[in-house]
Design a protein around this ligand. Structure first.
Ligand SMILES: [Zn+2]
Length: 315
């Protein structure tokens, strides 16, 4: 029996046909076309799922079910997208709609949770029972696995990005101040880099982006720091300090075997990981008695979402 895993992103819709050992048998990627609205996106998912089943000469009877990872606040118990910023969806009962159209069992949860499950089944965390994965992108998503099971509370628990790390700190998109997301997302890194460009036009940041703030991405501060620019270094230091605080809080709560990071910032590799691990070691509770878990880069990258989504069918 096979499973279908769907990674529904704001830009791309990825669909995977997954075998019982969580290997990808076939996969497809197409544009999501968010502007087509919920009906249009759902129709596209239905077509793509039917297509991958028939292309592989399978009948729906050979499909155990469909798992769907979606960005936003998802109540997996009711199968509802409560709110998704990327799609501007509110209270969308996506499980019942899709399951009816496909005539297959369907489970839906948040996309970062799927990524954590994907790493657990086939990536950096094979054999682990307790992990935390943070996605450092537009926001900070999280997937927490405790004793081999995804932590979901009564429906949308395990949200690490909106824990306060700085009281009365930066404004977060959720309405509160000082959330981890307001410091450790790629969006936060880019916004701090823009701020430094504005305040210090003499910095190397200006050369690296051609003095155009719109050309600033998550790499520029790291690149400026590598070339010895003190403003770039300050941004990187502050970023890593905030992330270390967020990670240490999660270590204290869950004591996972590993903390995994994903997102474009992870391309910085050891420039990010070495100081981060050093700080986490310093900040974790009982650090002189218990060695904190390593913070690593998640291995699967683009395929974690579809593999993890497919694994939801077991839950
Ligand atoms: Zn927040």
């Amino acid at each position: 029996m096979y499973r279908i895993g769907i990674d529904l992103g704001g830009t791309n819709l990825k669909i995977g046909l997954i075998d019982p050992d969580y290997r990808i048998v076939d996969q497809s990627v197409c544009e999501t076309h968010v502007q087509a609205g919920a009906d249009g996106v759902i129709e596209k998912i239905v077509l793509q799922v039917r297509d991958i089943i028939s292309k592989n000469n399978l009948s729906p009877k050979e499909i155990l079910g469909v798992g769907l990872g979606c960005p936003g606040v998802i109540n997996s118990k009711t199968g509802t997208v409560l709110y998704s910023n990327n799609f501007n969806w509110h209270d969308l009962p996506i499980r019942s709609i899709l399951s009816q159209k496909l005539n297959l069992p369907l489970v839906v949860t948040n996309d970062a949770k799927c990524a954590a499950l994907g790493e657990l089944m086939a990536g950096s965390a094979i054999g682990c029972k307790n992990i935390v994965l943070l996605t450092l992108g537009t926001g900070v998503g999280s997937g927490i696995v405790v004793n081999g099971k995804l932590l979901d509370g009564s429906g949308c628990g395990g949200v690490a990005g909106h824990n306060t790390i700085v009281q009365n700190g930066r404004q977060c998109t959720c309405g509160r101040k000082g959330c981890l997301e307001a410091y450790a997302s790629a969006t936060a890194l880019i916004s701090e880099t823009k701020k430094q460009l504005h305040m210090h036009p003499e910095s190397l940041i200006a050369d690296l982006c051609g003095r155009d703030p719109e050309k600033i991405d998550g790499r520029i501060a790291f690149e400026a720091a590598k070339r010895g620019d003190s403003y770039g270094q300050q941004i990187v230091d502050d970023y890593i300090e905030a992330l270390a605080n967020g990670v240490s809080n999660l270590v204290n709560l869950f004591r996972p075997e590993k903390i995994l990071l994903s997102g474009g910032i992870c391309n910085e590799g050891d420039t990010l990981l070495t100081p981060l691990n050093k700080k986490v070691k310093e900040y974790c509770f009982a650090n002189i008695y218990l060695c904190p878990p390593p913070v690593e880069i998640a291995r699967l990258k683009n395929t974690a979402g579809i593999i993890g989504a497919a694994s939801l069918i077991n839950l």
